[in-house]
Structures are given as C-alpha cells and as structure tokens.
Design a protein around this ligand. Structure first.
Ligand code: C2E
Ligand code: CA
Ligand code: CA
Length: 404
C-alpha cells in the first residue's frame, strides 16, 4: 500500500525520496499530510498528468480525513520530501467537540465539494461522521440555526420580556430591590428559560444588543417604581451582565447614558457578574474598574461555584456577593454548605460587603440565613419572578403588610 511506504520514522513524520509514490488513486484515505519540506506532485491516475504542485506548509490528501472515501488522485514526491501525518481521528475528535452548527456546515460544504469532484460519491452521502449519528448532529445544527434566527426575530420584534424578582431585606422584611430576569416566549416552543437562550445569545454576540434592551427595560421599571413609591427609600435593580457584554467597547458608555436618561443614580444599579469571569483576574480588573469608577454597584453572582478568592472581592470593588442557590438548597443536607455560608457571611461582614442568598424556598432556610447575618433574601418563599405590573402589586401588598 503506497500510503505506508517511505522510510518510517518515529512518531508521525515520514520521508519520501524523489519519484516515490505517496499514495495512489483508489487507495483508502485514512490520513492527510502536512508538507514540512520538499515538493509533492499531484497527478491523474491514468495519464500521470500533473494537476498541482504542493510545497512546504501545504496540506495533502485532506479530503480523506473528512470522509472515508478512497483517494481520487495520485501523489508523488517531486523532490525528496518530509511529511507530517495527520490521522483522521485527530480531526474527527475535534469536530465532534465542535459546535453543531459548525459540524453541519462542514458536512454540507464537503458534500458540495465532493459532488463537484466525483458525483457518485456525493450522491451516496459523504457522511464523515457515519456510524456516529450524522443525522442527529445535522439536526442539532439546523435546529440551532433555526433557534438563532428565531431569537434574532424576537429581539427585533421586541419579543423578549422582563420578569422582576424581589430581593427582601432580611432585617426589615421589606422589599429592597429586584433582579431583572429575561423571558422568551417562543411562538411554537413556548417559554424558553434564559438558561438556554442566553448561552445561545452569547455564542452569537446577540447578547450585546439583547443586553442593552434588557438594561433599558430594567431601568424603565426602576423609574416606574420611583414614581409609584416616591415616599419610600429608593429600590435597587440587579441586572445580569455577561462577560461578552463587558468586552464590548461602548457597553459602558451606553449603560451610563441609559442610566442618565432615566435620571437614576448608577449606585442603584447592581451589575451582577458571575464568578467565572474571575478566572482571569487581570482581565476582570480591567473590565470592572471603569464600571466601579462610574459609580455602578458591582455584585458577584453565583458565589462559591467558581474560582475567586475572597481577596479579589475587595480588590475588584464588589459591594455585594450572592451565595449560589446550590448552597442554600443543600444547607440542611450537606454540612459543608452550611459551614461555607457561615464563613462567607463572617468574612463579608468584616469586609463591609453585603450578602444576598438566592433560592430561598422555605422558612427554615430563611431563619438560619437571617441568623447568620445574610442581608438580603431572594427566592420562591418570597416570590417568583413577576411581570412589572405584578411586581408593583407585590410591593404594595407587602409594604402594607410590614407596617401592620
Ligand atoms: P441567576 O442570575 O442565578 O438567576 C437566578 C435564577 O434562579 C433565575 O432563573 C430565577 O428564576 C431562579 N430562582 C429564583 N428563586 C428561586 C428559588 O427559590 N428556587 C429555585 N430553584 N430557583 C429560583 P432564570 O430566570 O431561569 O435565570 C437563569 C439564569 O439566566 C440566571 O441565573 C442568569 O444567569 C441568566 N439570566 C437571566 N436573565 C438574564 C439577563 O437579562 N442577562 C443575562 N446576561 N443573563 C440572564
Ligand atoms: Ca443573577
Ligand atoms: Ca445566581
């Protein structure tokens, strides 16, 4: 078999002498080659007519690693050559990890290319993931493309709605603020959780315009609260911000403008940033410092799930941290969860950082968290996320209740 000829060297390097055949048309194509030195001639199988000459840095026999079909042309070492072997599975394992959209596109493009070169193979279907549920991957990819298009349309048609979940001061039992959470009511699929579509929006950069839209709506609702309850202490609004938004050069200017347009002090806007951003501390510092300088309040979301040491909390000017709901959910079953909450509240008190516990679902959890010094509570015990109207009602009802 021509593919295995050439002097063998350890690892994946093969050398061929001038005139030696590297592979012949019809050979099974289980690998590609990267030319490290020398020149390779590609020629037709029958009349040996040169089709191309390839040199250092160029790929050879690459179609074979995409689908398992035989070599179409013959490759001969035009001069002495050194080639690096790329095995099919090196490529396939990467492709399997790739985004389904990319997988689908590669498959479609490959089939189109095959059709041009050798129609009978393409008709049979190239299927480089054959035996590994090609159809499913393709479907995933196409579904995702469809969802992205739907999401873009929803954004353009202003179809992304807001829900507001109260955050309750655990000392006074009064509503202190809200977290803005977005909702997408898909025409045929119904309500889709932000857990699903925010990730999609982040992958496609739709998060940037979507995030601005959310920010505007959240600020408008805070204004509405101010107008309805002018005599009371100002509420705060927590708004989730994903790392992709922070990296957008004009993000800060835009949110400052929106805050001004609504005559709000930036201090009342708590930007919730998940702990995963802190994986790269220096980058986090660069992104967060200007927000702090402009007066926005920084809140570290999902605390305890990521990588940040408590030291970073002070250095990065976080004013609030939110204990991840996973710890609250398991605080009575898992001693470590309770111990961790205890440590967090102790340290936060010393650092003058406010603590929010999210996912509070029952009285017992609330009582223990209160006793540990947690400042604010959020969760179904108090209220699920509400429409703007229902949130205004909630404040009316609960504030009246508190006064009694
Ligand atoms: P998160 O920031 O951790 O938000 C809290 C999530 O917990 C919300 O889910 C909320 O509805 C849910 N939750 C509230 N109370 C309870 C409770 O008592 N028990 C339980 N089991 N869950 C409770 P939701 O609205 O589905 O949001 C999921 C995630 O999506 C959010 O997690 C946040 O990371 C992201 N997200 C939501 N809205 C936005 C947004 O406007 N922008 C960005 N970038 N991300 C958002
Ligand atoms: Ca949040
Ligand atoms: Ca959270």
């Amino acid at each position: 078999m021509s593919d295995s000829k050439g002097s063998q060297h350890p690892e994946n390097i093969r050398r061929f002498q001038a005139g030696e055949v590297i592979f012949r048309a019809g050979d099974p194509g289980h690998c590609a080659y990267l030319i490290q030195a020398g020149r390779v001639r590609i020629q037709t199988p029958d009349d040996h007519k040169p089709v191309a000459f390839l040199g250092r840095g160029e790929l050879l026999g690459d179609m074979a690693i995409l689908d398992d079909s035989p070599r179409l042309l013959t490759a001969v070492a035009d001069t002495d050559c050194t080639l690096m072997v790329i095995q099919r599975n090196q490529f396939l394992s990467r492709l399997k990890q790739a985004d389904p959209v990319i997988r689908t596109l590669v498959e479609v493009l490959l089939n189109r290319l095959r059709k041009q070169v050798q129609p009978e193979i393409a008709v049979a279907g190239s299927g480089f993931l054959q035996g590994e549920s090609t159809g499913l991957h393709a479907l995933e990819g196409l579904e995702k493309i469809q969802m992205e298009a739907d999401l873009l349309q929803a954004l353009e048609a202003d179809g992304i709605e807001m829900a507001f979940q109260p955050l309750v001061n655990l000392k006074t039992h009064q509503v202190a603020g809200f977290e803005a959470l977005c909702r997408w009511h898909h025409d045929s699929l119904g309500a889709i959780s932000p857990g699903e579509f925010i990730a999609l929006a982040e992958e496609t950069d739709l998060i940037v315009p979507l995030g601005i839209r959310i920010f505007k709506k959240a600020c408008a609702f805070l204004r509405q609260l101010d107008e309805a309850f002018s005599e009371q202490a100002a509420f705060f609004m927590s708004i989730n911000v994903s790392p992709r938004q922070l990296a957008e050069p004009d993000f800060i200017q835009k949110i400052r403008q929106i805050t001004r347009d609504n005559a709000l002090s930036p201090r009342r806007i708590k930007l919730e940033i998940t702990e995963t951003l802190m994986m790269d501390y220096h980058q986090a510092r660069q992104l967060l410092q200007p927000l702090h300088a402009m007066g926005f309040t920084l809140s570290l979301d999902d605390f305890g799930t990521g990588y940040s040491g408590l030291q970073h909390l002070i250095e990065l000017d976080f004013k609030t941290l939110k204990i991840d709901q996973g710890f609250v959910a398991s605080m009575f079953e898992n001693e470590r969860s309770l111990a961790l909450i205890n440590i967090i509240t102790d340290m936060a008190a010393n650092m003058d950082i406010e603590v929010v516990a999210e996912g509070i679902e029952d009285q017992q959890q609330k009582k223990v968290l209160q006793a540990l010094g947690v400042d604010y509570g959020q969760g179904y015990l108090f209220s699920p996320p509400l429409s703007a109207e229902a949130a205004l009602d909630y404040v009316r009802r609960t504030q009246a209740g508190v006064k009694k």
